[in-house]
Design a protein around this ligand. Structure first.
Ligand SMILES: [Zn+2]
Length: 278
């Protein structure tokens, strides 16, 4: 922690600010390393002895996160499995409890990335704890990684707990959008398309859990003001208003009015950073 704080103080440059720590809590579902509350299934649908991995001791995690929080360091959790999500929320809960009576606006904006499998009991905890859901919305679709490598090994019930964007939004959780590039495309318009349609045109399968689709307004807000919010930039970023930063992406289609099925066909024609064309 001492080294991190020294780095934070001395290694900021321009718009680069080392103010966050990423804690990789688990692996990924496809190779059964994401940390699950119940075991993965085998090819015959029977429970195995494997529930995935905790890369950081969950018993110590609340103490680590509380120490980082007390030092004003934001924590970005990598959490794919429902056990990793719960461990991260438990750690944020401990950090909040260590600042009794503090105003919510002053809370450090910790966020949980990926959120592939979220136990239903944990959905309301995001809003309650001020933990932002950092979503890679492109991943919420039926493609071979989902249908062949994931659903059979989660089983019917848990497979429906995946990428619960609508439930998170309805629960009042803050949403942020991210790409996880270079793991997948950095194009936010593809991700917003999937958030709304739960499929891409080239993926032949049915929409993936379409009840978890969100409005384009919610998806656009996540990828703009929502992300600006967890990146700790001033309130004057992530929205368009007089006197704001003018960090803008200009698209060749009106994202407010084009049909849902055409969002992914839009492309960015200009990028502006603080009022300058990049
Ligand atoms: Zn990650």
């Amino acid at each position: 922690l001492e080294g991190l704080l020294h780095y934070r103080q001395h290694n900021a440059a321009g718009r680069f600010r080392p103010t966050s720590v990423k804690m990789m809590l688990d692996g990924i579902v496809e190779n059964h390393t994401a940390a699950m509350l119940a075991p993965y299934l085998d090819h015959d649908g029977c429970a195995t002895g494997n529930s995935g991995l905790d890369f950081i001791d969950p018993g110590e995690l609340p103490r680590y996160v509380t120490a980082l929080d007390q030092a004003g360091v934001q924590v970005h959790f990598h959490a794919l499995g429902d056990r990793a999500v719960r461990n991260a929320l438990n750690a944020v809960e401990a950090a909040r409890a260590a600042r009794p009576g503090s105003a919510r606006e002053t809370w450090i904006r910790h966020h949980l990335a990926h959120l592939q499998v979220v136990h239903p009991d944990d959905i309301p905890r995001f809003a309650a704890l001020g933990a932002t859901a950092n979503l890679q919305m492109l991943w919420a679709m039926n493609e071979p990684q989902m249908t062949e490598l994931t659903i059979p090994f989660l089983g019917a019930t848990r497979a429906t707990w995946q990428y619960p964007f609508a439930e998170l939004a309805t629960s009042g959780a803050h949403l942020a959008g991210g790409s996880d590039w270079p793991v997948s495309s950095p194009d936010p318009l593809l991700a917003i398309h999937v958030a709304v349609n739960r499929a891409l045109p080239e993926t032949a399968g049915d929409p993936f859990l379409p009840r978890q689709a969100i409005t384009r307004r919610t998806a656009l807000a996540a990828y703009t003001s929502g992300t600006a919010r967890i990146n700790g930039v001033a309130a004057s970023a992530g929205s368009i208003k007089a006197g704001y930063d003018a960090s803008l992406a200009v698209t060749d289609a009106d994202l407010a009015t084009i049909p849902d099925a055409e969002i992914c066909e839009a492309s960015v024609t200009q990028t502006w950073v603080r009022g300058e064309l990049a």
